[in-house]
Design a protein around this ligand. Structure first.
Ligand code: FEO
Ligand code: CA
Ligand code: CA
Ligand code: CA
Length: 635
């Protein structure tokens, strides 16, 4: 059964707003170079494709790699790639270190002390600069066909526990010697956080009536985090993990309410996780408030292995792809987050208080107080951040919001009423702190312009948007402002396509379905693609091979292919050491079949990466990329 959430994430039936249902004057203005004048000079120099390189020197110093369909990692000439930290390797908690069993016969208890499946967002926290540090990474979901020796042929409480243990977050200590990296085993920093780990709830929705369940009458203690997709970090040294497609872990009631339907809850168990069969809290018919306890950004302090992760409700409930932090000039934190679902929204949170020196402890409540906004992109290239504040505008008790907690739990409905812009699946967000600019990948939306679906608009200008795009905005004044100006950094595509809407306007190497997005210290924008395995190699994607990571120069707009993944994989998170000489890239779901659930009798049908034909099954893993001459990656 398919777990392709992207085919299902389409539950926004709100009628807001029709003002975008026009062609794309913003883009035309932009192409003519007239946009800066049109919006009072605010956007000067923001043009992704029109501004000549400053100083004429490109940020990209490597030779691009070709399109590949090989079952291997491809990196540029002069680079090497090393695999570390595959799913199932021990994480290095003290005590016994359970080795990975290639036949997938590790128990749930062993999985709790091993890396989870399906690596996603990742960050390197330096301990000894660029030689030793902590890698913190997400494990988004599982392929039960690979996780158990017989897949889902039999089903049991033990299998549910193992699946839950393969979700969440891993904290690993890693170190380098002569350019080779290894996971330190055992390590006092090592930690697994899973779909069963106790977590605290903080912020305005903590303790809310809608957060209380039979097992937690306080509404403040939740077991676990799941579907941990993108990630972020804070300036005070913590890690943000994001709960993306949480709703699909729940069996829906016979007749979902309008509220449940708005969040995509369906009758039965459409994605086939089957957790509710042995863990009743995942039966939303019996426990209707349990889904309210997911869909949050969770803050983890990796430097304190005994700390309790905290679900930060002030940032709003959503199918959060990621969470990226910017800092205002007066020292407040701004958290940007997209909601990866068709026709959903882009949010930002601005903290009330300033960041304090003193690390996590000194900023323990910083993300609990502030204002959450949702984005409206206007057709004239300007935009407005709309505050989700109880008592303001339509967000009243009469409209179904008893208090601020309910506004945050029902952030989608609140955004509908405010007239936020329905986007083409907002994924990762990258912040250019120096230039005050923000980028967001809009991965694709083949429903755009479909029958009884929203039509094209200025920010989402292509019907049947199979290729995706990257939108870019600049805040007015500072990151805390309520106004911004926007344009498209790039419309992804392949000029070889016959369909005009699928050609795109890429200056450089063709690509589709941008997802992961991160700006490095030099200002290079790294773009990772997620063409779904059901669509790869066909139709508009026929000429694009495997999923890739590209590097973009924001000044010139040039985009160059840097790395290609093995068959059936998606490229997910990326991070570097502080010296920029080591890059860690996550490879998710190598070998995934178009059905997204592997055949346990034929585990290597698509890929045997990284263990090769002698291995038991493909495994998600982290790839360490370095230059042979030890130089800065990408330069
Ligand atoms: Fe988990 Fe939207 O990618
Ligand atoms: Ca993603
Ligand atoms: Ca995917
Ligand atoms: Ca994706």
């Amino acid at each position: 059964m398919s777990k392709d959430f992207s085919r299902m994430e389409d539950s926004n039936r709100s009628i807001n707003p029709s003002i975008h249902e026009v062609s794309d004057p913003a883009r035309r203005l932009f192409v003519k170079g007239g946009m800066a004048a049109a919006v009072g000079g605010l956007f000067a120099g923001l043009a992704g494709c029109a501004t000549p390189a400053e100083g004429g020197k490109s940020l990209l110093g490597f030779k691009g790699v070709p399109v590949s369909t090989a079952d291997s990692i491809v990196v540029p000439e002069g680079y090497v790639a090393q695999v570390i930290a595959p799913w199932g390797d021990p994480v290095g908690l003290s005590g016994d270190l359970p080795k990975f069993k290639p036949d997938a016969s590790n128990t749930a208890a062993e999985q709790e002390a091993q890396l989870g499946m399906h690596h996603d967002g990742i960050h390197y926290f330096p301990q000894d600069g660029s030689k030793n540090g902590l890698l913190v990474m997400n494990h988004e979901y599982v392929d039960d066909g690979l996780l158990h020796p017989d897949g889902m042929k039999t089903w049991s409480a033990a299998k549910v526990r193992k699946a839950q243990a393969a979700h969440g977050v891993s904290v690993l200590e890693v170190e380098q010697q002569d350019g080779q990296w290894r996971v330190v085993l055992p390590s006092p920093w090592a930690r697994r956080i899973t779909a069963s780990t106790p977590m605290a709830v903080s912020g305005p929705a903590a303790g809310h009536a809608l957060m209380k369940t039979a097992a937690d009458t306080s509404g403040r203690r939740v077991l676990g985090t799941l579907n941990n997709c993108g990630s972020g970090i804070t300036p005070w040294g913590t890690y943000l993990t994001c709960e993306e497609n949480f709703i699909f872990y729940f069996k829906g009631p016979e007749q979902p309410s309008a509220h449940e339907a708005r969040w995509g809850l369906r009758k039965g168990d459409p994605t086939g996780y089957r957790w509710h069969e042995h863990d009743e809290r995942f039966d939303a018919g019996k426990h209707p408030n349990e889904p309210h306890r997911f869909g949050w950004v969770v803050e983890i302090d990796p430097l304190n292995p005994s700390s309790t992760p905290v679900k930060r409700t002030a940032l709003g409930r959503a199918a959060h792809e990621g969470a990226t932090v910017a800092v205002t000039r007066d020292g407040r934190a701004v958290v940007y987050s997209g909601e990866d679902a068709r026709f959903e929204y882009i949010y930002k949170f601005v903290s009330r208080d300033r960041i304090q020196p003193g690390g996590a402890r000194a900023n323990a409540e910083l993300l609990d107080h502030g204002t959450l906004y949702v984005a409206r992109f206007d057709a004239n290239g300007q935009g407005q951040w709309l505050p989700l504040l109880h008592g303001q505008g339509p967000l009243t008790a009469a409209k179904g919001f008893a208090d601020q907690g309910e506004v945050l739990i029902k952030a989608r409905q609140a955004s509908d009423l405010l007239g936020a812009t329905k986007m083409d699946r907002p994924e990762w967000i990258a912040v250019d702190q120096k230039r005050g600019e923000v980028y967001c990948t809009l991965t694709n939306n083949s429903n755009r312009g479909g029958e009884r679906q929203p039509g094209t608009d200025a920010p989402n200008p292509r019907a049947n948007n199979t290729m995706g795009h990257i939108i870019k905005w600049r805040e007015s004044g500072d990151f805390h402002g309520e106004r911004f100006v926007w344009n498209h950094f790039v419309l992804a595509g392949d000029p070889a396509n016959a369909r005009p809407e699928a050609k795109g306007n890429v200056r450089g190497d063709a690509f589709a379905c941008p997802d992961g997005l991160w700006m490095d210290a030099r200002g290079v924008l790294w773009v990772q693609t997620d063409m779904s395995t059901s669509a790869m190699g066909k139709g508009d994607l026929a000429g694009l091979g495997n999923n890739v990571m590209l590097a973009a120069d924001p000044t010139t707009g040039e985009i160059r292919r840097f790395l290609s993944g093995p068959r059936g994989s998606e490229i997910t998170g990326v991070t570097t050491t502080p010296d920029g000489r080591t890059m860690f890239v996550n490879i998710q779901h190598p070998g995934e079949s178009p059905s997204e659930r592997s055949d346990p009798a034929n585990t290597k049908a698509v890929s045997s990466w990284p263990d090769g034909p002698a291995g038991g099954r493909p495994r998600s893993a982290t790839v360490v990329v370095r230059r042979k001459d030890g130089g800065v990656v990408g330069a």
